[in-house]
Design a protein around this ligand. Structure first.
Ligand code: ATP
Ligand code: MG
Length: 436
């Protein structure tokens, strides 16, 4: 017997029945980003490894430990994208977009790859939705971006999510904070985990990001980055908070928030869910300002701010909410007779109603009346219609409301019209809609 081949560890299949909640999230995102004027960008899944090394940073977990890197047949070092900000920036620079428009606002969605230890909400192929705004250094841009996320979460019905914000300063004020932090952490070196002792040498800011409780306690009692901000950075941060207030967006200032990537300047933010289903993977998304990255990648001196949200975690939260996302058929057509004329007529009626915009089910295997009725029941269809010799002869049939109620007489030529009428009656559930 041949051996069964399984999918790759940490990479999931999404089958019909589960995909609908994903489509709901994706469609909601498309609608919202459109309203905010963000256009979709699609970049390849694979990039030159150097792109991530130079933007995300060699010392980060993502580049240091988690990247799927390989050599192609031409000897180039390529990597599966672990995140979407660097590829979008690369495309922005490559296509000289800043020459054409002063401000560009893009969003993307799709799979990212990181070789991580798997658990709930943490996979090796996962999906992100993200947005980037290029060309505006003003705090209004940071606020607008947070507003997209807030409205997106609202539209999904996810309310138990807290926005955390912080400022990391800039090249002018961060060095003083950095020096103080190193001094402090060195004094508490023995209390840090082995990873953090290494981080202390190479990238001390990352210690603030450690999930270990002891490290968090040490970091929490350490110097506060906000006390080191220079005047322009402080103004940027207070303006941002005023604007969030004007938008009615609730937030918490969290001076320990640094985020796992190297490229951030000034604003950083995270959206944290409190639902126990996510365990330690409670951050559903985050982002920040990266005013220096474009230049660092050989591009123009253009400021930027962006965020990314993990779809897998949003989907987990939505599933906890218990709503169903699968579509309900408007009608199930049952062919009462096994003869070819009846079967063909039922198939043709199904097709005609689908062309009219209805979701119609029909059992292509034929089978007994009883088995088809069973299937109609299971399908969750709002109505069923039995088509047999009598109906074909008289041109008259009956719509049966599957939830109970009187049969509705209908001429075979006007089933669509009757279905539409039934849908517009107040007693009908809202699911019976013609699709555009
Ligand atoms: P974490 O601290 O949870 O590892 P991160 O800082 O590495 O997150 P980002 O790089 O900021 O995550 O990515 C943005 C979002 O993408 C995260 O908030 C999370 O929702 C999602 N995400 C990141 N890594 C994974 C993963 N391996 N599986 C599923 N979702 C992920
Ligand atoms: Mg991570």
């Amino acid at each position: 017997m041949s051996q069964k081949i399984n999918g790759v560890k940490g990479m999931n299949d999404l089958l019909p029945g589960e995909i609908e909640v994903w489509q709901f999230v994706e469609n909601t995102a498309r609608t919202l980003f459109g309203r905010f004027g963000y256009g979709e960008v699609r970049t390849p899944m694979v990039e030159d490894t150097a792109l991530f090394v130079r933007s995300v940073g060699e010392e980060t977990d993502i580049v240091g430990k988690e990247m799927y890197t390989f050599e192609d047949k031409g000897g180039r070092s390529l990597s599966l994208r672990p995140e979407g900000t660097a590829p979008a920036a690369r495309a922005y620079i490559e296509h000289s977009v800043s020459n054409v428009e002063p401000v560009s606002r893009w969003f993307y969605m799709g799979p990212m790859f990181r070789y991580e230890r798997m658990k709930t909400g943490r996979y090796r192929q996962f999906s992100q939705i993200g947005a980037e705004a290029y060309g505006a250094k003003e705090p209004a841009q940071d606020a607008e971006l947070m507003d997209v996320v807030v409205q997106f979460l609202e539209a999904l019905g996810l309310t138990d999510v807290t926005l955390n914000i912080n400022s990391l300063g800039d090249d002018n004020c961060r060095p003083a904070y950095h020096a103080k932090l190193v001094e402090y952490l060195n004094a508490h070196r023995d209390e840090l985990c082995a990873d953090c002792q290494q981080r202390l040498e190479r990238n001390p800011l990352r210690v603030l990001d450690c999930k270990n409780e002891k490290c968090q306690a040490v970091a929490g009692a350490g110097p506060n980055v906000l006390e080191f901000l220079c005047e322009p950075c402080r103004t940027h941060f207070t303006d941002l908070q005023r604007k969030l207030g004007a938008l009615g967006i609730r937030y918490v200032v969290n001076h320990r928030l640094v985020r796992g990537l190297d490229y951030y300047t000034r604003t950083v933010f995270e959206f944290i869910a409190s639902h126990p289903a996510l365990g330690t993977a409670s951050t559903v998304g985050g982002g920040g300002r990266y005013d220096k990255m474009m230049k660092g990648l050989g591009g123009p001196d253009v400021p930027a701010v962006g965020f990314a949200m993990g779809l897998d975690r949003l989907v987990l939260l939505l599933k906890e909410g218990g709503k169903t996302f699968t579509a309900q058929p408007d009608l199930f057509i049952v062919a009462a007779d096994v003869d070819a004329a009846c079967q063909d007529a039922a198939l043709a009626l199904t097709s005609r109603l689908r062309r009219e915009g209805f979701y119609v089910e029909f059992d292509t295997r034929g089978g007994s009346l009883k088995s088809q009725m069973k299937r109609a029941d299971k399908s969750g269809a709002r109505f069923s219609l039995v088509l047999g010799g009598d109906e074909l002869r008289t041109g008259q049939a009956k719509l049966k409301p599957m939830a109970g109620g009187d049969l509705i007489p209908v001429a075979l030529g006007s089933v669509a019209q009757t279905l539409r009428q039934a849908a517009s009656q107040p007693s009908s559930p809202p699911s019976l809609k013609t699709r555009e």
